[in-house]
Write a protein that binds this ligand. Structure first.
Ligand SMILES: Cc1cc2nc3c(=O)[nH]c(=O)nc-3n(C[C@H](O)[C@H](O)[C@H](O)COP(=O)(O)OP(=O)(O)OC[C@H]3O[C@@H](n4cnc5c(N)ncnc54)[C@H](O)[C@@H]3O)c2cc1C
Length: 415
């Protein structure tokens, strides 16, 4: 039977959810206050990872904490008052820095990443965007020192346990696969099977088009309230009142606020990140996205130019942007790769939505039948969106769930 479903949030997670639900025979309205795909999903580094099984709150973070005290590292900056105000939430986040949780999270992420990549590849064909996908070059993590590479062993072990394919490159070999890079790097690890998207916003637009062609509706309105009306749900926006049998909250970093309207206390953070595009130079083009582990930045060859992205800024979701981290990232990127002028005057900023155990919530809302949660995809939302959509669709359509859904259940927290 066709169900009417409202999806709140048109980032890549909401768009994929709406698309999967519409294609499986439902009548779906996707609501975003902006054109879909213009918040965090707009500006990411474009990696379609199947290898990213490591989470930030892993056992080595505890050992590394003293180095962050001066708040001058490029991979992580924080607002001191935010940390004080959220001290207990941060302690809960750190309580997951165990080998047991790391193994659990690694397995859970890997299974979701694998089904997601397969579905992305299908939808990329359906949406006629094969030109946006590069799938033969993997993505590369680079180490400026052997000492840093040694600390990376935990991640290598975890990748091995999860059958991730990777290749280690020595200093001389790095120049062969990336001739444009300086000789600053001692070691590199290539995640062989990862893909990349050269324009994440264009991919979202293309998925939205498939959704609209299949009969879905998009509303550019801001959701202001959610009410259970038995049967079903009423969603109020700044402009209309919508009625649906089901509602999916997929609003990224805004999801905890929306869920709080119904009394849920979701332990979600915002790991803010920035990007800036630089014009290519006469240096050989980058063949793949690279992460400079010591430098704390990513460089991604994109349609707009070379996209340099920053590490994590821990602060309030809507705090005024602080561009020092991205400008430092650009400075460090220029040390290793020759690039032209900066393209935009002002860097872009996005909010990675992260739960305290670094796994997303993809499940029913514990106290409200017909309400579903799909958010908290941290650094991996582009990669994980189609698989997350497949889970929500299986729950609502009561079909076979493709992977074990328990790691993503909302009931793992007392919310
Ligand atoms: C610098 C950076 C690099 C990254 N690189 C990668 C990468 O290489 N690979 C990868 O897989 N992931 C990457 N990520 C992570 C990825 O971008 C995110 O996990 C993902 O975009 C989250 O998608 P989302 O749909 O949950 O949230 P969003 O894209 O933020 O979408 C949420 C939507 O909800 C809407 N919304 C909120 N409140 C309301 C309301 N009240 N009414 C209506 N609409 C509302 C917003 O307008 C927004 O469009 C990166 C992130 C950053 C910041």
């Amino acid at each position: 039977m066709t169900k009417s479903i409202i999806v709140i949030g048109g980032g890549i997670v909401g768009v994929c959810t709406a698309l999967e639900l519409q294609l499986s025979g439902n009548s779906v309205t996707l609501v975003d206050r902006k054109k879909p795909g213009r918040e965090t999903s707009y500006g990411n580094a474009g990696v379609l990872a199947e290898s990213s099984v490591m989470i930030i709150n892993n056992p080595s973070l505890l050992k590394a904490l003293p180095k962050y005290i001066l708040n001058n590292k490029n991979d992580l900056r924080y607002d001191f008052f935010f940390v004080i105000r959220n001290f207990f939430k941060i302690l809960r986040f750190l309580s997951y820095c165990t080998h047991k949780h790391l193994d659990h999270a690694g397995r859970a992420l890997r299974s979701l990443l694998l089904i997601s990549l397969t579905k992305h590849k299908d939808w990329i064909k359906t949406s006629k965007t094969t030109h946006l996908l590069k799938e033969d070059s993997g993505w590369l993590k680079l180490f400026r020192s052997k000492k840093t590479f040694k600390k990376y062993q935990l991640e290598l072990e975890l990748m091995k346990k999860n059958d991730v394919k990777f290749t280690i490159f020595e200093k001389e070999q790095i120049r062969q696969i990336e001739p444009g890079l300086s000789q600053r790097y001692e070691k590199a690890v290539l995640m062989d099977d990862a893909g990349r998207i050269s324009d994440p916003a264009a991919l979202t637009d293309a998925y939205v088009k498939v959704f609209l062609d299949a009969g879905g509706k998009v509303l550019e309105e801001s959701v202001t309230a959610l009410n259970e009306v038995n049967p079903g749900w009423e969603v109020n926006t700044n402009n209309s009142t919508l009625k649906g049998d089901h509602v999916v909250v997929a609003a990224g970093g805004w999801s905890s606020e929306i869920a709080s309207w119904l009394g849920y206390k979701i332990p979600l953070f915002w790991e803010r990140g920035y990007h800036l595009h630089l014009k290519p130079s006469d240096a050989p083009s980058l063949n793949r996205t690279i992460l400079d582990v010591d430098g704390g930045f990513i460089m991604a060859p994109m349609k707009q130019g070379v996209r340099v992205t920053s590490g994590v800024e821990l602060t309030w979701r809507d705090a005024v942007p602080n561009y020092s981290q991205i400008m430092e990232s650009v400075k460090r990127a220029r040390q290793v790769y020759k690039m032209g002028d900066q393209i935009e005057d002002t860097p872009w900023m996005g909010r990675r939505p992260t739960l305290i155990d670094s796994l997303p919530i993809i499940s029913s809302a514990p106290r409200h039948p017909g309400l579903w949660f799909n958010f908290g995809h941290q650094h991996l939302g582009l990669s994980l969106a189609p698989g997350s959509a497949a889970l929500i669709s299986a729950f609502i359509n009561k079909t076979k769930v493709p992977i074990d859904p328990n790691p993503y259940s909302a009931t793992r927290f007392k919310i």
